[in-house]
Design a protein around this ligand. Structure first.
Ligand SMILES: Cc1ncc(COP(=O)(O)O)c(C=O)c1O
Length: 375
């Protein structure tokens, strides 16, 4: 392919292929070392090509959040998909169609939903693999482990004809609000302890808990310490982003995804306008141990190896990024910059394809086949 990053129309989402592969290999190595199965969350890349690379490296399958994504990965031949999402039983026909093609499992976090799933599955002579989602502190969904009837609820779910109870699953999303390494470590420890205690209680009443699944990129570094866990499901680690750098889950050099953007205006000495707005970078903020603001980490040229903290993207319109710069900053109209976004998963969802690159060279155009498949 002859085009390179100096000439393609911008903004474009690019992925450093060598870094992507290194990130995939190193998370796989971490899982293997810990004796835990890796099942990456594919919401980050939404690309069958990347899922295949993860599986070739040793992943047991993938996760999807939504059935629409799972359908795309099923079409691409992925054989084992878990949806750690409380899929509504109204979608039973789609789940059953997927069951005909691959191994699929979902989560449930209430007896009501579990009963509904069990009924539709029984009626069609099927069984659906489920894990019970446990709320380990994020307070999004999940059974409250401190509720007096938590174990009873799980026992009843496990006993429902029509469901195949696989075990317990959690997502410590509150890790993204941690202010220190220590706090992250405590979140990971507490997550494992909660799941372990529930698993012991269930096993004590002769319920098999085959799987204990945890997953997030910031807590993945503590997997060695998470006793009793059988599976990890990080997603973001394939690309990383500015937030993961802020949470010290990655170094700047590990970030595989960037947005290439052009300076389109310099209306004042201390202001430049770039052509990547919220429709490319998204409006997601940045997280990390130290408070930070702005919309991405800007590298002042395509060749620059370090970000330039003096270029601060302070606001976004849909198609503009407005950055403050020192009045003597050399950026001029037509110059190209590289932006490591605050949150790579949502950037992917806005791009038709990812350009895999090596330096300035474009190696491959990789379709984001499941982009927008959010239902
Ligand atoms: C249920 C679930 N599992 C796993 C993940 C992956 O976590 P991360 O994005 O931190 O890699 C997510 C992310 O949102 C999630 O919601």
């Amino acid at each position: 392919m002859s085009a390179d990053l100096r000439t393609i129309p911008t903004p474009r989402v690019v992925v450093d292929r060598a870094r992507l592969h290194a990130n995939i290999e190193s998370m796989q190595a971490r899982a293997t070392r810990a004796g835990v199965r890796l099942r990456p969350h594919a919401k980050t890349h939404k690309s069958p090509a990347i899922a295949r690379t993860q599986i070739a490296a040793g992943a047991v399958g993938i996760c999807c959040a939504k059935l629409g994504e799972a359908e795309v990965f099923a079409d691409a031949g992925i054989a084992d998909i878990r949806l750690p999402y409380p899929v509504n039983p109204a979608n039973a026909a789609r789940v059953q169609a997927l069951q005909d093609r691959l191994r699929i499992s979902i989560i449930v976090d209430s007896l009501d939903a579990a009963r509904e799933w069990a009924t539709v599955m029984r009626r069609s002579g099927r069984r659906l693999d489920v894990l019970v989602k446990v709320d380990v502190g994020f307070h999004r969904c999940g059974v409250d482990p401190d509720a007096p009837d938590a174990v009873d609820t799980m026992r009843e779910i496990a006993g429902l004809d029509g469901l195949g109870f696989r075990g317990l699953l959690s997502h410590a999303g509150h890790a993204y609000h941690a202010r220190s390494e220590r706090e992250l470590q405590e979140i990971a420890a507490r997550e494992a302890a909660i799941l372990h205690q529930l698993a012991v209680q269930l096993r004590d009443i002769s319920i098999a808990v085959e799987e204990v699944s945890v997953g997030s990129t910031p807590t993945a570094r503590f997997i060695d310490e998470q006793r009793g866990v059988t599976e990890m499901r990080p997603g973001n680690y394939v690309f990383f982003d500015r937030t993961q750098v802020g949470l010290e889950a990655a170094a700047i050099e590990d970030c595989a995804m960037s947005v290439i953007s052009t300076v389109v205006s310099r209306p004042a000495p201390d202001r430049v306008v770039l052509d990547a707005g919220s429709k490319t970078l998204t409006s997601d903020g940045v997280r990390g141990f130290s408070p930070a603001s702005g919309h991405g980490m800007v590298f002042p040229s395509l060749e620059a190896t370090q970000p330039d903290a003096s270029i601060a993207i302070e606001r976004l319109s849909e198609e503009h990024a407005v950055a403050s710069v020192p009045a003597d900053h050399p950026l001029r109209i037509g110059d190209r910059v590289r932006i490591v976004p605050n949150h790579s998963c949502v950037v992917t969802n806005l791009a038709d394809e990812l350009l895999f690159v090596d330096g300035l060279s474009i190696l491959e155009r990789v379709p984001v086949a499941a982009r927008g498949r959010n239902s």
